[in-house]
Design a protein around this ligand. Structure first.
Ligand code: UD1
Ligand code: MG
Length: 454
């Protein structure tokens, strides 16, 4: 059983990102990088999570609200200094402290568990996770002495030409015993190329004290990749997408073209759902079984039931029941609930509305702020007139109503169960159940018109 507390460093500005957004809030796989790190730590068994914030503190804090304890590092004086900020919160914690960086979103719970177990087994005071990289540029290099033990970690900017040849790097992921960590940190100086207090210096200090320090190399270096630039962010993004797609396919989802299918980390999809290319499923979304989604669709924060078909659809913050058919060219806006068996297609927009079971909105509708019953038929071109320029009003349509083509329903207005609306009507008053509402000028034919014109 894992039993450790985690400190996640997330105070840095991320200068190389050239952004006003704090680096750790840049999204990869649809979620802020720091959230990936936090989620992995929790999954690996962290009993407490502390995030060190600084640059953009309020924003970072808001992004992890309620999920972690927060400490501030007012001035970003280096990773060693950042860890010290957490000391007051941990004065009573026994055992192991894991330190992670908020900019390594590819790490997995499995990797962290291995590190923890290896640290415990070795009975080390500090264990660093290393990685062998094809290109180690920018990373701290792991310098080993002749017996293979870790002598020190040298930052890229401080390294000699020979040291820069080393491809084993510090992943920025460590386990420490709490007491030794904080006592060594008081000795870390800032006499280096960046004038910063470097956390990896703790290893050298502990080694000099004769304590056991340990290192394990990650089997898959990808999991340790850190993001310092937009180019690296794009690389990580691609890997996260591939990982998610692979997991989905392994769980029974068909992706017609995984390279062109974009599914966020926390999305769930039921088996035998088929996804066509250029489809995005984002945020906190869930999709049921046996659906056919896409091509060219975007779903954000939605719940989709089983057996739903959707092509060329953009739907966000809504719920879609079983067996619904949508598209092509549908926009479902926030607050919309579509009941089972509804058919929506061909240039239809629905906003903040409830659509009852089996109703049909087949072509050219705008439905806003509407409570529609079951079995309703909306003729082509029917719209709710929900806005008078100041306020929005609701339209209520009873079960089995039949609304003729090109009608305007001027809200607030109620159409009763089984009522009919004549095509081309502009309805401003209630149409009671079973009535036919006609609100248009009667047709008049003028005889012999062509002769008169001559
Ligand atoms: C760091 C390591 C380097 C390692 C690399 C792995 C140090 C000195 N170097 O370098 O050995 O190879 O990570 O990715 O530790 N941060 C703070 N406060 C600060 C400075 C940084 O919270 O004062 C946070 C940053 O927000 C970031 C993390 O610490 O999440 C790492 O900082 P970064 O500047 O990216 O360090 P690297 O140069 O990548
Ligand atoms: Mg970094």
């Amino acid at each position: 059983m894992s039993d450790f507390v985690v400190i996640i460093l997330a105070a840095g500005k991320g200068t190389r990102m050239k952004s006003i957004l704090p680096k750790v809030l840049h999204r990869a796989g649809g979620k802020p990088m720091v959230k990936h790190v936090l989620d992995a730590a929790k999954l690996a068994g962290a009993r407490r999570s502390i995030i060190v914030v600084g640059f953009g503190a309020e924003e970072v804090q808001a992004a992890v609200q309620g999920e972690a304890e927060i400490v501030r590092q007012e001035e970003q004086l280096g990773t060693g200094h950042a860890v010290r900020m957490a000391e007051p919160l941990l004065s009573k914690e026994p055992g192991t402290v894991m330190v992670l960086c908020g900019d390594t979103p590819l790490l997995t719970a499995g990797l962290l568990k291995n590190l923890y177990e290896s640290h415990r087994e070795a009975r080390a005071k500090a264990t660093v996770l290393t990685a062998i990289l094809p290109d180690a540029t920018g990373y701290g290099r792991v310098i080993r002495s002749e017996d293979g033990s870790v002598e020190k970690i040298v930052e890229h900017k401080d390294a000699t030409e020979a040291e820069r040849e080393v491809r084993e790097v510090n992943s920025g992921i460590y386990c420490f015993e709490r007491e030794e960590l904080f006592s060594a940190l008081t000795e870390v100086g800032c006499d280096n190329a960046q004038g910063e207090y470097y956390l990896p210096d703790v290893l050298t200090i502990l080694r000099a004290r004769g304590e056991k320090i340990w290192a394990i190399a990650a089997e898959n270096y990808q999991e340790t990749l850190g993001v310092n630039s937009r180019v690296q962010l794009a690389g990580v993004e691609r890997i996260l997408r591939q990982r998610k797609n692979k997991a989905l396919m392994e769980s029974g989802v068909t992706l017609m073209d995984p390279a062109n299918t974009f599914i966020d980390a926390d999305v769930t999809i039921g088996r035998d759902t088929v996804i066509y290319p250029f489809t995005w499923i984002e945020g906190a979304s869930s999709v049921g079984e046996g659906c056919v989604l896409g091509p060219s669709s975007r779903f954000s924060d939605i719940r989709i039931g089983n057996g739903v078909t959707a092509q060329f659809v953009y739907a966000h913050e809504c719920e879609i029941g079983d067996g619904v058919t949508m598209g092509p060219y549908v926009h479902l806006r926030p607050g919309t609930k579509i009941a089972a068996g509804v058919r929506i297609g061909n240039f239809v927009e629905v906003k903040n509305s409830n659509i009852g079971e089996g109703s049909k909105l087949p072509h050219l509708q705008y439905i806003g702020d509407c409570d529609m019953g079951a079995g309703v038929n909306m003729g082509c071109g029917t719209i709710t007139v929900n806005y008078d320029g100041r306020k929005k009003y609701r339209t209520v349509i009873g079960n089995d109503a039949f609304v003729g083509c090109n009608s305007n329903l001027v809200a607030p207005v109620t159409i009763g169960d089984g009522a009919y609306i004549a095509a081309g009507s502009t309805i401003t008053r209630e149409v009671p159940s079973g009535n036919l509402g006609v609100a248009r000028a009667r047709q008049k034919n003028i005889p012999d018109w062509e002769d008169k014109r001559k």
